[in-house]
Design a protein around this ligand. Structure first.
Ligand SMILES: Nc1ncnc2c1ncn2[C@@H]1O[C@H](COP(=O)(O)OP(=O)(O)OP(=O)(O)O)[C@@H](O)[C@H]1O
Length: 340
């Protein structure tokens, strides 16, 4: 596991990271998100020890890596593997040679290197491309090789810095599945730096939002999404724009509990004795639970309190977007126009 405490990084008078506290357990995937300039890359460079923090600690499995001598630091760097955006492979080396590079630098024997490279290429599904050069590989395949190289020295933590940026959706999915597999099979701790909220929703266990060098929000993804008043929640699970439906009142609905039944909508319609229109919806799995946001169209004559009570029994929170009179007024106007 990795524990970052009070991490600060300043360049001269400019403080870029300001007291970052972040703890990621073993076999957990943490995502760090944030707008451009928030400090994500700086945090990544501090985590993989390319930069020394100005103050604060970064501990992997209990060992603080920030206070080590230069020699010990080289050894400690092995604990953290990095996957960069667009893999960053050496063009004149084959896939296998790229994966072998960190092992050669670390002084592993030829036999051990060959064995490990074979195992790692197998694990990322790239054994059949061992002798290909980067230019002969697709972006997704290059990234698999980048992941194998990141795992070369058997790290406890894998840091993926915008590892899926620029990949097509299928390759992105495949890389995310691979990272999840590595978490589950190897018990790897993964820190993903990304600006893609889809990535966070689909693989992260925990998420932290950086802004102006500070963590402004963090928590388990499912918990953050369920927060009512949170920018990160809306960014993680945005409701697609909902077209209003004629003669129906629009309600915004949010899953509040983690055990919302898959058939809650049908049941709620039955209990309210009404038809419910789904105007927009985004429902996804986040870890073990389901999270969702919906815009529903309901009969404006229904009693507000009854609607909220019935929906609350199903574990969802509902708020009407407009007063019923507006919808009814439109309906009357439309009927008038029709009669004229
Ligand atoms: N070596 C440096 N010297 C001075 N300022 C720096 C240095 N490196 C980064 N910064 C500043 O730190 C801030 C954060 O930069 P950083 O690259 O970490 O942000 P980011 O969140 O990764 O942005 P992006 O998503 O655009 O890559 C920026 O304002 C940047 O100008």
């Amino acid at each position: 596991m990795i524990e970052i405490a009070g991490l600060t990084k300043s360049y001269g008078a400019t403080t870029v990271l300001d007291g970052i506290d972040l703890s990621v357990g073993q076999a957990q995937i943490a995502a760090v998100v944030g707008p451009s300039g928030a400090g994500k890359s700086t945090l990544a460079r501090c985590i993989n020890l390319l930069e020394r923090p100005t103050s604060g600690t970064i501990a992997v499995d209990g060992q603080d890596l920030t206070r080590l001598s230069r020699r010990d630091l080289r050894q400690a760097r092995r604990q953290i593997g990095t996957v960069f955006q667009s893999a960053n492979l050496l063009r004149r080396r084959t896939a296998a040679q790229n994966v072998a590079l960190p092992m050669r630098h670390a002084g592993l024997s030829e036999a051990e290197t060959r064995r490990r490279v074979g195992d790692l290429l197998e694990r990322v599904g790239m054994r059949h491309r061992a002798n290909h050069y980067p230019s002969q590989l697709s972006g997704g395949q290059r990234q698999r090789i980048g992941i194998a190289r990141g795992l070369a020295l058997d790290p406890a933590v894998l840091l993926a810095d915008e590892a899926t940026s620029g990949l097509d959706p299928d390759s992105t999915r495949a890389i995310l599945d691979l990272l999840t597999e590595l978490r589950d099979d190897l018990g790897l701790t993964v820190v993903v730096i990304t600006h893609e909220m889809d990535v966070v929703r689909s693989i992260a266990d925990v998420v932290a939002q950086l802004d102006h060098g500070r963590i402004v929000e963090q928590g388990a993804v499912a918990d953050v999404v369920r927060r009512s008043d949170s920018g990160l929640s809306r960014a993680l699970l945005p409701l697609p724009p909902a077209p209003g439906a004629e003669r129906l009142r629009t309600w915004n609905v949010r899953y509040e509990q983690d055990d919302v039944s898959p058939v809650w909508l049908v049941q709620a319609g039955r209990e309210l004795d009404t038809d419910i229109a789904v105007l927009a919806a985004l429902v996804e799995a986040a870890g073990e639970s389901r999270v969702g946001r919906l815009a529903l169209g309901l009969d404006p004559h229904l009693d507000d309190r009854r609607v909220t009570e019935v929906l609350a029994r199903h574990g969802v929170v509902a708020e009407p977007l407009e007063p019923p009179e507006r919808v009814l007024l439109h309906a009357v106007r439309d009927a008038g126009a029709g009669a004229a």
